[in-house]
Design a binder for this molecule. Structure first.
Ligand code: PMP
Length: 351
């Protein structure tokens, strides 16, 4: 791996971060706060939140078994995705490499930051080859994006290939584990010490059932976390979000139950979906959604919209011609989907 100084944009490496009132006074003994130009009325919403979210990180640390100093929290994992571009990629000069197809925000953030985005097509099993990915990289490649389980394909990437990239690439590897809770594959979180170039992304939006509160996590070496923390907005995770996340962490057992249910529902729904005459293939899923190739994705998508059921039409995405991406819902929701698709079949296959 190159040194972090070589990988970081020079202006960011030199940057002296904004120091907020809550950064400067961290003690616990004070009772009169006249330092942040807040309004003394309307407790508790009148006070700025902890800019570094230490209480939340301490609690999260127990569940994730990663030290608080190795955790960055942001406004969704989308914030961390944007920040890695801003921290490490020189606009108009540097580039990043990513598997294709994958989560669309990597490319959007590359485009916003004027950073060349190099895509390497997955194979017909939606797997990637480390050698092919590394062949697309050059001296100016700062980041490689991997997503496992991948969106929209739903499958885990091969662990051996991920390890090969981590062992060989001189830049940083962003491994997006947004859907890892639904997979039987272990997370890479416990490998952070082994791979100083690894950044693992996770989120409260999926297994934790908290997409509305916008809370994403990045896990990496303390040096990488310090750079991300230095360039974030001072109060990037608001107080209501921190409070709600704390409550969720205290009912971890509930999340485990949801995940178990959703995995069972997924397997059942995949089985039923595979039987439909309109289905050409359901791709294996390690996530809380699955990708299915159907006879006519656009027509079936529009039909379902008319029935009040929204799935994701992925027809125009690389390797996903005539594919729909279906999120696993409750049993009642899944039944409604299957009932509607049954009616579609009666209309188009038996008339
Ligand atoms: N990564 C992947 C792979 C995703 O699919 C999504 C959301 N669809 C995200 C990250 C974004 O998560 P967040 O809500 O934390 O911004």
């Amino acid at each position: 791996m190159k040194s972090l100084e070589e990988l970081t944009r020079p202006n960011i490496w030199r940057l002296k971060p904004y120091s907020s009132a809550r950064d400067e006074y961290k003690g616990l003994s004070a009772s009169v706060f006249l330092d942040a130009n807040e309004n003394p009325y309307n407790l508790p919403h009148n006070r700025y939140p902890d800019p570094m979210q230490w209480e939340l990180k301490a609690e999260l640390s127990k569940i994730k078994k990663v030290a608080p100093e190795n955790i960055f929290l942001g406004n969704g994992s989308d914030e961390a995705i944007d920040l890695v571009f801003r921290a490490f990629c020189e606009p108009g000069r540097d580039n990043v490499v990513a598997i294709d197809p994958t989560y669309g925000m990597y490319q959007v953030c590359a485009d916003v930051n004027d950073v060349e985005y190099r895509k390497v097509l997955l194979d017909e099993h939606f797997q990637f080859s480390a050698d092919k990915l590394l062949a697309a990289a050059d001296e100016r490649t700062k980041l490689i994006f991997l997503c496992s389980p991948n969106n929209p394909t739903g499958n885990d990437l091969l662990r051996g290939e991920i390890e090969k990239v981590l062992n060989t690439f001189a830049g940083l590897v962003i491994l997006d584990e947004a859907y890892n809770d639904f997979s039987d594959a272990p997370s890479f979180l416990q490998q952070l010490e082994q791979y100083p170039n690894l950044i693992v992304l996770q989120t409260f939006s999926k297994a934790w059932g908290c997409a509305a509160i916008r809370l994403g996590m990045a896990f990496a070496s303390t040096d990488i976390i310090s750079i991300l923390s230095k360039i974030k907005y001072p109060y990037n995770v608001n107080q209501l979000t921190q409070k709600q996340a704390m409550e969720m962490l205290h009912k971890y057992y509930e999340i485990e139950r949801w995940v178990k249910n959703l995995k069972e529902e997924r397997d059942e729904l995949v089985g039923r979906f595979s039987e439909l005459p309109l289905t050409i293939k359901v791709f294996p899923s390690d996530a809380n959604f699955f990708l299915a190739r159907v006879t006519d994705a656009v027509r079936i998508y529009n039909y379902l919209v008319g029935e009040g059921i929204i799935v994701r039409n992925r027809h125009t995405v690389s390797l996903c011609g005539n594919c729909l991406r279906v999120t696993v819902g409750t049993r009642v929701e899944n039944d409604k989907l299957m009932e509607a698709l049954g009616k579609y079949e009666e209309k188009y296959f038996h008339s």
